[in-house]
Design a protein. Structure first.
Length: 217
Protein backbone atom coordinates (compact mmCIF):
# COMPACT_ATOMS: atom_id res chain seq x y z
CA UNK A 1 0.00 0.00 0.00
CA UNK A 2 1.26 3.49 -0.85
CA UNK A 3 2.23 5.76 1.99
CA UNK A 4 -0.21 8.51 2.86
CA UNK A 5 1.91 11.67 2.88
CA UNK A 6 0.48 14.69 4.67
CA UNK A 7 1.12 18.22 3.40
CA UNK A 8 4.58 19.54 4.22
CA UNK A 9 4.26 23.17 3.01
CA UNK A 10 5.27 26.18 5.06
CA UNK A 11 1.63 27.20 5.44
CA UNK A 12 0.59 24.08 7.31
CA UNK A 13 -1.55 25.01 10.26
CA UNK A 14 -2.23 21.51 11.64
CA UNK A 15 -0.26 18.34 11.18
CA UNK A 16 0.54 14.93 12.62
CA UNK A 17 3.56 12.74 11.99
CA UNK A 18 3.26 10.63 8.90
CA UNK A 19 1.87 7.20 9.64
CA UNK A 20 3.77 4.11 8.61
CA UNK A 21 2.04 1.58 6.40
CA UNK A 22 1.57 -0.69 9.39
CA UNK A 23 0.04 2.06 11.53
CA UNK A 24 -2.23 3.04 8.68
CA UNK A 25 -3.43 -0.55 8.26
CA UNK A 26 -4.19 -0.78 11.96
CA UNK A 27 -6.50 2.24 11.92
CA UNK A 28 -10.18 1.63 12.39
CA UNK A 29 -12.44 2.44 9.51
CA UNK A 30 -13.56 5.67 11.18
CA UNK A 31 -9.97 6.72 11.97
CA UNK A 32 -8.87 5.95 8.42
CA UNK A 33 -11.74 8.04 6.97
CA UNK A 34 -10.93 10.96 9.27
CA UNK A 35 -7.26 10.68 8.41
CA UNK A 36 -7.90 10.74 4.65
CA UNK A 37 -10.35 13.62 4.91
CA UNK A 38 -7.87 15.63 6.96
CA UNK A 39 -5.19 14.88 4.38
CA UNK A 40 -7.44 15.95 1.52
CA UNK A 41 -8.59 19.20 3.16
CA UNK A 42 -5.02 20.09 4.15
CA UNK A 43 -3.84 19.63 0.58
CA UNK A 44 -6.72 21.75 -0.75
CA UNK A 45 -5.99 24.48 1.79
CA UNK A 46 -2.31 24.65 0.92
CA UNK A 47 -3.09 24.66 -2.79
CA UNK A 48 -5.37 27.67 -2.37
CA UNK A 49 -2.82 29.48 -0.21
CA UNK A 50 -0.25 28.89 -2.91
CA UNK A 51 -2.64 30.29 -5.55
CA UNK A 52 -3.37 33.28 -3.33
CA UNK A 53 0.33 34.06 -2.91
CA UNK A 54 0.84 33.79 -6.67
CA UNK A 55 -2.04 36.22 -7.24
CA UNK A 56 -0.61 38.65 -4.70
CA UNK A 57 2.69 38.61 -6.56
CA UNK A 58 0.87 39.13 -9.84
CA UNK A 59 -1.07 42.07 -8.38
CA UNK A 60 2.16 43.57 -7.11
CA UNK A 61 3.68 43.34 -10.59
CA UNK A 62 0.55 44.79 -12.20
CA UNK A 63 0.58 47.76 -9.82
CA UNK A 64 4.18 48.41 -10.74
CA UNK A 65 3.30 48.27 -14.45
CA UNK A 66 0.32 50.61 -13.93
CA UNK A 67 2.54 53.15 -12.16
CA UNK A 68 5.00 53.05 -15.04
CA UNK A 69 2.22 53.40 -17.63
CA UNK A 70 0.68 56.27 -15.66
CA UNK A 71 3.91 58.26 -16.03
CA UNK A 72 4.07 57.45 -19.75
CA UNK A 73 0.41 58.39 -20.24
CA UNK A 74 0.84 61.74 -18.48
CA UNK A 75 3.98 62.52 -20.46
CA UNK A 76 2.20 61.96 -23.78
CA UNK A 77 -1.01 63.67 -22.65
CA UNK A 78 0.96 66.85 -22.06
CA UNK A 79 1.92 66.76 -25.73
CA UNK A 80 -1.65 66.47 -27.04
CA UNK A 81 -3.86 68.00 -24.36
CA UNK A 82 -4.72 70.86 -26.73
CA UNK A 83 -6.96 68.33 -28.53
CA UNK A 84 -9.15 67.96 -25.43
CA UNK A 85 -11.63 70.62 -26.54
CA UNK A 86 -11.51 69.84 -30.25
CA UNK A 87 -15.05 68.53 -30.27
CA UNK A 88 -16.29 70.37 -27.21
CA UNK A 89 -19.32 72.64 -27.42
CA UNK A 90 -21.78 74.57 -25.31
CA UNK A 91 -25.51 74.78 -25.98
CA UNK A 92 -27.65 77.77 -25.05
CA UNK A 93 -31.43 77.85 -25.30
CA UNK A 94 -33.82 80.79 -25.17
CA UNK A 95 -37.59 81.13 -24.84
CA UNK A 96 -39.01 83.69 -27.22
CA UNK A 97 -42.53 85.08 -27.05
CA UNK A 98 -44.64 84.73 -30.18
CA UNK A 99 -47.71 86.96 -29.98
CA UNK A 100 -50.52 85.93 -32.37
CA UNK A 101 -51.28 88.61 -34.95
CA UNK A 102 -54.95 88.49 -33.97
CA UNK A 103 -54.03 89.34 -30.39
CA UNK A 104 -51.99 92.29 -31.62
CA UNK A 105 -55.03 93.53 -33.52
CA UNK A 106 -57.06 93.28 -30.31
CA UNK A 107 -54.63 95.61 -28.63
CA UNK A 108 -54.65 98.04 -31.56
CA UNK A 109 -58.28 97.99 -32.66
CA UNK A 110 -60.23 96.23 -29.93
CA UNK A 111 -61.41 93.35 -32.16
CA UNK A 112 -62.33 89.83 -31.04
CA UNK A 113 -60.45 88.20 -28.13
CA UNK A 114 -61.08 84.58 -29.05
CA UNK A 115 -60.17 82.23 -31.87
CA UNK A 116 -63.09 79.89 -32.62
CA UNK A 117 -64.21 80.16 -29.03
CA UNK A 118 -60.75 79.66 -27.53
CA UNK A 119 -59.04 82.54 -25.69
CA UNK A 120 -56.13 84.04 -27.60
CA UNK A 121 -52.83 83.11 -25.93
CA UNK A 122 -49.25 84.21 -26.20
CA UNK A 123 -47.12 81.32 -27.48
CA UNK A 124 -43.43 80.61 -27.14
CA UNK A 125 -40.76 79.31 -29.48
CA UNK A 126 -37.43 77.85 -28.40
CA UNK A 127 -34.23 78.77 -30.19
CA UNK A 128 -30.66 77.91 -29.38
CA UNK A 129 -27.03 78.65 -30.09
CA UNK A 130 -24.24 76.13 -30.42
CA UNK A 131 -20.90 77.54 -29.33
CA UNK A 132 -17.56 75.88 -30.01
CA UNK A 133 -13.98 77.12 -30.06
CA UNK A 134 -13.78 75.62 -33.55
CA UNK A 135 -16.71 77.62 -34.98
CA UNK A 136 -16.03 81.02 -36.49
CA UNK A 137 -19.25 82.21 -34.81
CA UNK A 138 -22.04 80.68 -32.71
CA UNK A 139 -24.33 78.45 -34.75
CA UNK A 140 -28.09 79.05 -34.49
CA UNK A 141 -30.58 76.23 -34.17
CA UNK A 142 -34.33 75.95 -33.73
CA UNK A 143 -36.04 73.52 -31.39
CA UNK A 144 -39.86 73.67 -31.39
CA UNK A 145 -42.78 75.61 -30.04
CA UNK A 146 -43.15 75.21 -26.30
CA UNK A 147 -46.24 73.00 -26.63
CA UNK A 148 -44.55 70.65 -29.10
CA UNK A 149 -41.22 70.69 -27.30
CA UNK A 150 -42.79 69.57 -24.04
CA UNK A 151 -44.57 66.76 -25.87
CA UNK A 152 -41.30 65.70 -27.51
CA UNK A 153 -39.41 65.67 -24.21
CA UNK A 154 -42.25 63.68 -22.67
CA UNK A 155 -42.00 61.21 -25.54
CA UNK A 156 -38.25 60.84 -25.00
CA UNK A 157 -38.11 61.03 -21.21
CA UNK A 158 -41.46 59.76 -20.03
CA UNK A 159 -44.90 60.99 -18.96
CA UNK A 160 -43.75 62.02 -15.47
CA UNK A 161 -41.22 64.45 -16.93
CA UNK A 162 -43.86 65.81 -19.30
CA UNK A 163 -46.28 66.44 -16.44
CA UNK A 164 -43.60 68.11 -14.34
CA UNK A 165 -42.67 70.49 -17.17
CA UNK A 166 -46.30 71.16 -18.12
CA UNK A 167 -47.10 72.29 -14.57
CA UNK A 168 -44.45 75.03 -14.76
CA UNK A 169 -45.38 78.59 -15.75
CA UNK A 170 -41.96 78.96 -17.35
CA UNK A 171 -40.41 75.52 -18.00
CA UNK A 172 -37.14 76.68 -19.55
CA UNK A 173 -34.97 75.53 -16.63
CA UNK A 174 -36.58 72.08 -16.75
CA UNK A 175 -36.10 71.95 -20.52
CA UNK A 176 -32.43 72.80 -20.05
CA UNK A 177 -32.15 69.98 -17.50
CA UNK A 178 -33.88 67.25 -19.50
CA UNK A 179 -33.00 68.22 -23.07
CA UNK A 180 -29.64 69.95 -23.35
CA UNK A 181 -27.29 67.18 -22.08
CA UNK A 182 -28.59 64.78 -24.76
CA UNK A 183 -28.70 67.49 -27.41
CA UNK A 184 -25.08 68.34 -26.66
CA UNK A 185 -24.11 64.68 -27.07
CA UNK A 186 -25.87 64.74 -30.44
CA UNK A 187 -23.87 67.76 -31.60
CA UNK A 188 -20.62 66.13 -30.46
CA UNK A 189 -21.68 63.02 -32.40
CA UNK A 190 -22.15 65.16 -35.53
CA UNK A 191 -18.79 66.85 -35.02
CA UNK A 192 -17.01 63.52 -34.76
CA UNK A 193 -18.90 62.00 -37.67
CA UNK A 194 -18.96 64.88 -40.15
CA UNK A 195 -16.14 67.13 -39.00
CA UNK A 196 -16.23 70.69 -37.71
CA UNK A 197 -16.32 72.47 -41.09
CA UNK A 198 -19.26 70.48 -42.40
CA UNK A 199 -21.30 70.84 -39.20
CA UNK A 200 -20.65 74.58 -39.14
CA UNK A 201 -22.25 74.90 -42.58
CA UNK A 202 -25.15 72.47 -42.25
CA UNK A 203 -28.61 73.16 -40.80
CA UNK A 204 -29.21 71.27 -37.58
CA UNK A 205 -32.67 69.69 -37.73
CA UNK A 206 -34.28 69.02 -34.36
CA UNK A 207 -36.25 66.10 -35.83
CA UNK A 208 -32.95 64.40 -36.71
CA UNK A 209 -31.85 64.74 -33.09
CA UNK A 210 -35.09 63.02 -31.98
CA UNK A 211 -34.46 60.13 -34.39
CA UNK A 212 -30.84 59.84 -33.23
CA UNK A 213 -31.92 59.77 -29.58
CA UNK A 214 -34.50 57.03 -30.18
CA UNK A 215 -32.06 54.90 -32.19
CA UNK A 216 -29.28 55.26 -29.61
CA UNK A 217 -31.38 53.82 -26.79
Amino acid sequence: MKKRNLPTGQNRKRWIDRLSDLDYKNLSNEERSNYLRFQRYSQQRETKIKSLNELKEKIKNLKSEITELDHKEESNFNKIQQLHNQFGCRIEISRQKRTPSSLLRVREHGSRKTNRGQPLKVKYNYHGKIKSVNFSKPKSCYFQTEVNLLKTIGELKGSEVYKKLSDMDNPIDGIRKYLLPDYKNYIIYLLRKNGVKRVEKQTIQFSEFVDWFKNSK
